[in-house]
Design a protein around this ligand. Structure first.
Ligand code: AMP
Ligand code: ZN
Length: 664
């Protein structure tokens, strides 16, 4: 056998042993024999560098050092999941789903593994890249580290799509976690707090050899891409297994929410027998086409739902209640607690939400309280232990004046929160607003960070975001830690923001209730800030999904003299306060007033493009058929009940071809 053949055959053999050991938990040779073969391969590879292969099993031991992790954009966004906590939540979810899709709905139930999420990209059967979730749109390239995790196949088995992403969770099983901590204790180091943080910390280690020594595992749960060759989530999981991925066996296909609940009940008890942490169950609509019909909200798929197991609770003492002022002036009471361990982290503070919450639970300083960690990062107080209350304890008096500017607080009818009305004179509000303005999804001003904004405001250099545009280098140079270069970057970043498109400027203004999606809708409908400013509540609410609450907030914003002046200033400085001519050119009124439902699979344009075309041409995309629907654009595999509903209501059913003709 030639050296090349020997290398190839050893690689194949070792790959298979890795798979048996790490994926199937079923080794067929001893560790000793494995090592001998590995050493033989390493020796051959050393002697024949011409046969180098980045995916050789010999490279599992790591060695590559990453100084800075490259930021990579996800081809398919990594969404978060909506949470549910009860049977009612799940039934509500099912109701929402049934309104949007036809036919029976089946569900795949999976466990929600508590680790670090990861997206693996494979091309032609080999691992191309491993990227952390990051903010969902982009994450860090941690390929060198992930390659050392033995349950991640570097080379796939069987048949596989040409290119796809597979998502999963990198977890640190308890056993390995405990062993690591024993070593640390022996070495006199602080033990790690919990498996999840240790797993995600491991991915960001610079030395991949160190990562390879950690007993991490990668559990996979979702394949994303085009032409995947399967029609359901459950088939996708089976397919992933066949390609060599570690897909936990707990996944189960069920036909009703009742069966989902049985799964939840079962695992609520048996999860404690698992080798790694789980914090709930993830329920996914099984049929991929139904999923496509359901789509996504801004944050999460409509076709999936996490069910959180009941959280752990501890008791501790509430030392003091303090109050924070947010960007909108909203006051948030904060409980400062006697530090306590909870679900692996030390808890010192908990949110108390608002005055009602304090009153309802009758929470007082020095009380013994029960703290729970739910889905949120900040834990919450769920009850007071009245048996331990001090005899001379007094009910909590909620503050009446702003802790920052001493203005008297107000509380509008229907609002849970108190607000500081000193909109333009209360520093946390001013700072918060400008921080929102410069944030990534808003104006994304490079070279200007949140702390600098605070400095600029506290030094009296700016009072609002429009003032940013009059800043000069000489103004900012004297600021703490501001060097020549950073001052220049800051000014350039501010200048560059003048090109940010209107819809993002609108979002950046920080109008209450006007989030990213609402800003887009308003921009598209009204096309300029002037038109929005001149609109009444009634006009605003004619826009899809704009309700009274948002409309009133918009009207209020533009009827405030200060805002009018700020916007005037922004206009003078050349910010984009209307939709650009290019964008306008691609828009028409051809579908004005028409409500259109899109269903099925299309060929010349994607479903998303189709929807965009409808909106760009003045039409309204609606998710369900009603008597108000004007057209149903039908693709392949449209649900039969949609068709019959359209027929009963005598709604015109057109093909994608007909639709495109409408526009041309
Ligand atoms: P959250 O971070 O609470 O929004 O939940 C979303 C995260 O749950 C995802 O980013 C995944 O990392 C994680 N997750 C764990 N297990 C699963 C699963 N079986 N399916 C989908 N996501 C999961
Ligand atoms: Zn104030």
């Amino acid at each position: 056998m030639s050296a090349e053949q020997q290398i190839i055959s050893l690689r194949e053999e070792l790959r298979e042993h890795n798979y048996n050991y790490y994926v199937l938990d079923n080794p067929t040779i001893s560790d000793y024999d494995f090592d001998i073969k590995l050493k033989a391969l390493q020796a051959l590879e050393l002697a024949h560098p011409e046969f180098y292969d980045a995916n050789s099993p010999s490279l599992r031991v790591g060695g590559e050092v990453t100084k800075n992790f490259l930021t990579v954009k996800h081809q398919y966004r990594m969404y978060s999941l909506d949470n549910s906590y009860s049977k009612e939540d799940l039934l509500d979810w099912e109701k929402r789903i049934k309104k949007l899709v036809d036919g029976e709905v089946h569900y795949t139930c999976e466990l929600k593994y508590d680790g670090a999420s990861i997206s693996l990209t494979y091309e032609n059967g080999s691992l191309l890249r491993a990227v952390t979730r990051g903010d969902g749109t982009q994450g860090d390239d941690v390929t060198a580290n992930v390659k050392t995790i033995k349950s991640v196949p570097l080379q796939l088995k069987g048949t596989f799509p040409q290119k796809f992403d597979i998502r999963g969770e990198i977890v640190l099983p308890f056993e390995g976690f405990i062993a690591m901590n024993e070593e640390r204790l022996e070495a006199g180091d602080e033990p790690y707090r919990n498996p999840r943080n240790t797993a995600s910390g491991s991915l960001k280690l610079q030395d991949s050899a160190e990562v390879s020594r950690r007993p991490l595992e990668c559990l996979l749960y979702n394949i994303t891409g085009n032409d995947l060759g399967f029609a359901t989530q459950f088939e996708g999981l089976e397919h992933a297994r066949k390609m060599g991925f570690k897909v936990p066996e707990a996944a189960k296909l069920v036909k009703s929410i009742d069966a989902v609940l049985e799964f939840v009940d079962y695992w609520n008890i048996h999860r404690h027998d698992l080798p790694y942490e789980t914090d709930g169950v993830v329920i996914k609509v099984d049929n991929l086409q139904q999923r496509e019909e359901l789509g996504y909200t801004a944050k999460a798929p409509r076709w999936a739902m996490a069910y959180k197991f009941k959280a752990e609770q501890v008791s501790t003492r509430l030392n003091e209640i303090t109050y924070q002022v947010g960007r909108t002036g909203a006051i948030t009471p904060v409980a400062n607690l006697e530090p306590v361990e909870l679900a692996g982290t030390t808890v010192k503070r908990a949110s108390l939400h608002n005055a009602d919450q304090i009153e309802k639970l009758d929470i007082r300083e020095r009380d013994a309280v029960f703290v729970e960690k739910g889905g949120e990062i900040i834990p919450k107080i769920i009850a007071v232990d009245f048996s331990k209350r001090h005899a001379n304890s007094q009910p909590t008096k909620y503050i009446t004046h702003c802790p920052e500017c001493q203005t008297e607080l107000v509380r509008a009818e229907g609002d849970a929160k108190h607000f500081c009305p000193n909109y333009n004179g209360c520093n946390p509000q001013i700072i918060g607003r400008i921080q929102h303005y410069i944030s990534r999804k808003a104006m994304d001003i490079e070279g200007l960070g949140g702390e600098t904004v605070a400095l600029l405001v506290n030094e009296g250099l700016i009072l609002n975001y429009a003032d940013l545009y009059t800043l000069r280098k000489d103004d900012v140079l004297p600021l703490e830690r501001m060097a020549e270069k950073s001052a220049e970057n800051l000014i350039n970043g501010i200048e560059a923001s003048k090109k940010v498109p209107f819809e993002r400027v609108l979002f950046a203004l920080g109008i209450r209730y006007v989030g990213e999606t609402v800003a887009k809708k308003l921009a598209k409908h009204f096309k300029s800030i002037e038109a929005i400013a001149l609109s009444s509540v009634d006009e605003l609410t004619t826009v899809d999904e704009i309700g009274d609450r948002i409309a009133e907030s918009v009207v209020e914003f533009f009827s405030t003299e200060e805002h009018v002046q700020i916007i005037e200033k922004m206009r003078k400085h050349g910010l984009q306060l209307e939709i650009s001519a290019e964008k306008l050119a691609s828009q028409t009124d051809k579908l004005k007033g028409l409500s259109i439902v899109v269903s099925g699979v299309f060929h010349t344009v994607s479903r998303a493009e189709l929807k965009k075309l409808i909106e760009d041409n003045g039409g309204k995309v609606s998710s369900s058929i009603s008597s108000k629907t004007n057209y149903l654009v039908a693709g392949d595999n449209m649900g039969p009940s949609k068709r019959s509903k359209a027929e009963t209501l005598e709604i015109e059913i057109i093909s994608e071809h007909d639709f495109l003709n409408l526009l041309s």
